[in-house]
Design a protein around this ligand. Structure first.
Ligand code: 5GP
Ligand code: ZN
Length: 136
């Protein structure tokens, strides 16, 4: 746990939070500046700045928990859809450098915008990227 990290303190109960769920490894809290009603965050109790630092064990558990929370929150909130997202690095929108997963209930009339302008590519670029990423 990092002394400097606010999410370490929240996850480990040193700073109070609106907690929806807690177990030995995770705490799920309501976001203080919600994108939509019920916006929540899954915080691992063990510090990892981002997905690159996250242990494989935590990575394997976090989406199972996200699935359970999505079902429970959808039942309770009667939302019409659900976004799950996770930012890594400032350029990707990360502002708190302790891994967290956003659980964002969506409502037909909400004003949430999560998106990008679809780009263009070529078959050649796709082939090059496949080779590059596969390491061939
Ligand atoms: P990021 O931009 O890093 O993916 O998301 C950080 C999220 O944490 C934001 O949605 C922000 O509103 C939320 N947040 C930042 N500080 C606090 C805090 O002290 N308590 C809670 N509950 N949420 C926080
Ligand atoms: Zn931390």
């Amino acid at each position: 746990m990092s002394d400097q990290c606010i999410f370490c303190k929240i996850a480990n109960g040193m700073i109070p939070s609106a907690t929806l769920y807690e177990d030995e490894e995770f705490r799920v809290i309501l976001d203080l500046n919600p994108a939509a009603r019920g916006h929540a965050l899954i915080l691992p109790k063990e510090h990892a700045a981002n997905i690159y630092e996250l242990s494989e064990h935590a990575a394997s558990e976090v989406f199972v928990l996200a699935k359970k929370m999505a079902a429970k929150m959808t039942d309770a909130l009667h939302c019409d859809g659900f976004n799950i997202l996770q930012n890594n690095g400032e350029v990707a929108g990360q502002t708190v450098f302790h891994f967290h997963m956003h659980l964002i209930p969506r409502y037909e009339s909400d004003q949430v915008s999560i998106g990008w302008k679809p780009g263009e590519t070529t078959q050649e670029e796709l082939n090059d990227l496949v080779k590059l990423i596969r390491g061939e």
